[in-house]
Design a protein around this ligand. Structure first.
Ligand code: TMP
Ligand code: ASP
Length: 238
């Protein structure tokens, strides 16, 4: 682990903040897929992801979603509220893709009759296995009221973000969220970036996200730069 770090994830490092209830999070250039089996340094990814996530978190905060973001420190770092991360990841799906398509034999891009919400255990060791609510509460990973609140916030974030991206000509196919406990409530933590979402061009369905890396399609950072530029323009107008 990087010296002085509190926690080192696959693409971000968390350092202590000046205050006990704050931390510094740095977005690194590391790209990983398939639970870390594929790994590369993509120079500039950290900066692109930090700017994208900050734009989105600021947009969500303006719309009443509580997030960990306190302030932007530099091109790759933010000061954040030091929340206790809920060890359950939330995936939201608007169109079939990725593991959903593979697992259930549904062609990528198939419309879904309702938004899909999935929970999984946040564990690199066990490969983030999907979990149902009774499994999560049985193991004490989160209380039912917390799962209800995370689901409510995830659906609200989906509505806000889908709308924002639609204005940028981008479809929000699916994405992953992490939440944390902070001062008695649940707040949005981690990141919202092309690493953690699937973004397709609304017209051509061209992939603009980490699937370019996972599937060796090339032009990974060009895709990230493309969505960042479009979303930056739209955020300035709202
Ligand atoms: P999946 O189709 O592989 O289950 O991924 C669903 C969404 O979650 C996709 O937008 C990518 C994101 N995701 C992460 O952010 N981290 C992960 O470890 C995985 C597996 C998916
Ligand atoms: N983030 C995960 C990994 O690094 C999986 C993925 O996003 O595909 O392995």
């Amino acid at each position: 682990m990087t010296s002085g770090a509190l926690y080192e994830g696959k693409s971000k490092t968390v350092y202590p903040g000046e205050r006990e209830d704050e931390c510094l999070i740095r977005f690194r250039d590391t790209a990983t897929a398939f639970n870390g089996e594929k790994k590369e340094e993509l120079q500039g990814k950290g900066r692109l992801n930090a700017e994208f996530s900050n734009l989105v978190f600021e947009f969500l905060a303006k719309n009443g979603v509580q997030t960990h973001l306190i302030k932007v420190v530099d091109e790759t770092s933010i000061l954040a509220k030091k929340a206790e991360i809920v060890m359950v990841e939330v995936v939201v799906r608007n169109l079939a893709a990725g593991s959903f398509s593979k697992k259930y034999g549904v062609p990528e891009g198939t419309a879904l009759r309702n938004t899909v919400l999935e929970f999984s255990l946040k564990s690199d060791e066990y490969g983030d296995p999907m979990m149902n609510e009774t499994q999560i509460t049985a193991l004490g990973l989160a209380a039912q009221a917390e799962l209800d609140e995370m689901s409510r916030q995830a659906l609200r974030i989906n509505g806000l973000l889908s709308g924002l991206l639609a204005r940028a000509g981008i479809k929000l196919v699916d994405f992953k969220l992490e939440f944390g406990r902070y001062q008695g409530g649940i707040i949005l933590c981690d990141e919202i970036t092309p690493d953690s979402c699937r973004f397709w061009d609304a017209g051509t369905h061209e992939k603009l996200d980490k699937d370019r890396f996972r599937l060796n399609l090339g032009g990974v950072l060009e895709g990230y730069q493309n969505v960042l530029g479009r979303v930056r323009d739209v955020v300035r107008q709202v």
